[in-house]
Design a protein around this ligand. Structure first.
Ligand code: SAM
Length: 349
């Protein structure tokens, strides 16, 4: 397997056969070689720095009905909320004082929030914190809307593609959602100039190894600035409530492969990874991730942003637990930095 790892790193290409060899490998030493090669690759661009992003989950209202997600419109068991502009702004003030220089505004597709509302919010945050980056993660919108929000000051946008295979997409989403539209959104975001993030759930229902290979080819081809992957975790009040959870080991292997394919990509150790194993976040960093996203949302709202069962939002996963997170990360030989943490293009290393 070592030759395969080296060849992915050198040529930055992958074949289905090579992917299968890595996925099937259970030899600890060889897997560690994969992780350490990915780590060295990240170190080349980012040294031992790990970036933090303050995650503000500002609305759990959503018009969509994705079969996997606890926020889906048909879930009548959750208590819906939407933070006010002042509430969101207070989260940013709190985050700034803790050292965050990126705010990630994430939410369901909440039809009660207009472009004008977002523009006012973005401009308010940017005026008060001009040294901070704003990342939006608010789903599918028109090109015109993406452009307006970018012009208002948003820097980055996370929109996971979820799967690069249309047949698989259809098994994860209801009829009225469209694979082509999601892809159109991603291409608009890139063209407009956002630092763009895509990604997928590892082990989502019906996912095959060929699907994963297609996901990796799509990511390699698009060359986004950010990639977010995490294990699928079932949510009890969704149609996928009884499906199996995605694997920690496979997620870690895929983090490493993505690092080798896109050496300078911003790659978070996601909350989902931290939620399925006590040291999941740390293992993500040791597999080549370089970003963590502690939760900055008001503590009393966090339980309501339940994408999946047992989602972490306290301890080292929370902004208040930043000192704890810093010490855990420093034990790995890494250090958390208070920095916008922009993407470094490969030729700027
Ligand atoms: N609505 C926005 C969007 O569609 O991009 C952002 C919010 S959405 C809840 C954020 C991400 O959560 C999704 O892209 C999905 O990959 C992930 N997610 C949802 N349900 C999940 C589950 N059961 N397990 C793991 N990740 C999940």
């Amino acid at each position: 397997m070592k030759e395969i790892v080296d060849s992915i790193g050198e040529k930055r290409t992958l074949s289905l056969e090579k992917l299968k060899t890595i996925v099937d490998c259970s030899d600890k030493e060889e897997i560690n070689y994969l992780y350490s090669t990915a780590r060295k690759t990240a170190n080349k661009y980012y040294g031992n720095r790990v970036y933090i992003r303050g995650l503000i989950e500002f609305t759990n209202r959503c018009k969509n009905d994705c079969y996997y997600c606890g926020l889906r419109a048909s879930n009548k068991e959750i208590h819906r909320y939407c933070l006010s502009e002042d509430d969101i702004f207070r989260c940013c003030e709190n985050g700034y004082s803790l050292g965050f220089r990126t705010f990630v505004l994430q939410g369901g597709e909440d039809l009660s929030i207009s472009d004008e509302d977002y523009i006012r919010l973005i401009q308010r945050i940017k005026t008060k914190f001009p040294d901070c980056a704003i990342t939006l993660s608010i789903g599918e919108r028109s090109r015109k809307s993406y452009k307006r929000l970018f012009e208002a000051g948003a820097d980055r946008y996370l929109l996971r593609h979820e799967t690069a295979n249309e047949v698989h997409y259809r098994r994860l989403h209801p009829e009225n959602m469209s694979f082509k539209n999601r892809m159109r959104c991603i291409s608009d975001l890139k063209q407009i100039g956002y630092q763009t993030g895509v990604g997928f759930m590892v082990g989502s229902p019906y996912q095959t190894i060929d699907n994963i290979y297609q996901d990796l080819c799509f990511i390699r081809e698009l060359s986004p600035e950010m990639v977010g992957i995490g294990p699928f975790i079932p949510h009890k009040d969704t149609p996928f409530g009884e499906k199996a959870q995605g694997s920690l080991e496979l997620t870690l292997k895929l983090i490493s492969i993505i690092r080798l394919l896109l050496p300078s990509v911003l790659l978070p150790a996601t909350t989902a990874l931290g939620s399925i194993a006590p040291n999941g976040r740390e293992r993500g960093i040791l597999a080549g991730a370089n970003v963590v996203m502690p939760n900055l949302s008001p503590v009393e709202r966090r339980a309501d942003y339940s994408l999946y069962n047992n989602k972490l939002s306290v301890g080292a996963e929370s902004a208040e637990g930043l000192e704890n997170l810093k010490s855990r990360i420093s034990q790995l030989g890494y250090s958390i930095v208070s920095d916008r943490g922009d993407f470094i293009p490969m030729d700027k290393a």
